[in-house]
Design a protein around this ligand. Structure first.
Ligand code: PEP
Length: 258
């Protein structure tokens, strides 16, 4: 399976920055089209820039899909400030990140809310990228498996399949901190997630499980070599085209060597 190289731009950049970053990715992919043989590319700009970024990529003939960083759990109506899954599908987004730890932390999102959002995202043809991960204190207390199991099982709605869902394991202590989980920590957790998916889904083996947390070009290769790591969800390093594509190069090197 190709690695999914998913960039989460979070709340960064004005329109000129979105332009420069998009052009950097477009030019980089034109110079290194072979990256597309090993990777699928997804970028999730701030919602206000999605249409703009869509226009920058239009007609460029590079294999990049667009996604959003969140969506509403209701179809339409009186939800000031929110964006519905139907609106995202309408502007040709393929995916939406749900339950990111920053949504859980700053917006009190629960697993149940994430499951409702994911169900509506699926109904509207979007792939839900469902984020799970333990805090520093939870890992210190040895609770990481219990925390991730609860989040995972409660955040997956009925009708989840490998085609409509991606899991992102993002230990909260590794997000934006420069600290990365060791390959052994990642191996154990990704295997654990695969086993939990097996209890719930027929096509568990095909579900992509991404790692996220301070992924950068210098550590991507060792992370991508870990079994059950099917790509990366990238925050900080996705804001520089060279770093974003440098992470993809690591996936290509592994595919070429195989
Ligand atoms: C993220 O926010 O999903 C993330 C993994 O961020 P960073 O790569 O900056 O740690």
């Amino acid at each position: 399976m190709k690695k999914l190289i998913a960039g989460n731009w979070k709340m960064n950049g004005l329109s000129a920055d979105a332009y420069n970053l998009s052009m950097g990715i477009i030019n980089g992919l034109k110079q290194s089209p072979q990256l597309g043989s090993a990777c699928d590319f997804l970028i999730c700009p701030p919602s206000i820039h999605i249409g703009l970024v869509q226009a920058f990529f239009n007609g460029q003939d590079v294999p990049v899909e667009l996604g959003a960083q969140d969506c509403s759990e209701v179809e339409a109506g009186a939800r000031t400030g929110e964006i519905s899954p139907a609106m995202l599908s309408d502007i040709e987004c393929s995916s939406v990140i749900l339950g990111h730890s920053e949504r859980r932390q700053f917006h009190d999102e629960t697993d149940e809310l994430v499951a409702s959002k994911a169900a509506l995202a699926h109904k509207n043809g979007l792939v839900a990228i469902i984020c799970v991960g333990e805090s520093d204190a939870e890992r210190e207390a040895g609770q990481q498996n219990a925390v991730v199991e609860k989040q995972l099982l409660a955040s997956l709605p009925e009708g989840t399949t490998a085609a409509n869902t991606v899991i992102a394991y993002e230990p909260v202590w590794a997000i934006g901190t420069g600290k990365t989980a060791t390959p052994e920590d990642v191996r154990q957790m990704h295997q654990f997630i695969r086993e939990k998916l097996q209890e719930k889904l027929e096509d568990f083996a095909q579900v992509r499980i991404l790692y996220g947390g301070s992924v950068k070009p210098s550590n991507a290769e060792e992370l991508f070599r870990v079994p059950n790591v099917d790509g990366a969800l990238i925050g900080g390093a996705s804001l520089k085209a060279d770093d974003y594509l440098g992470i993809a190069s690591a996936a290509l090197d592994i595919a070429d060597a195989a």
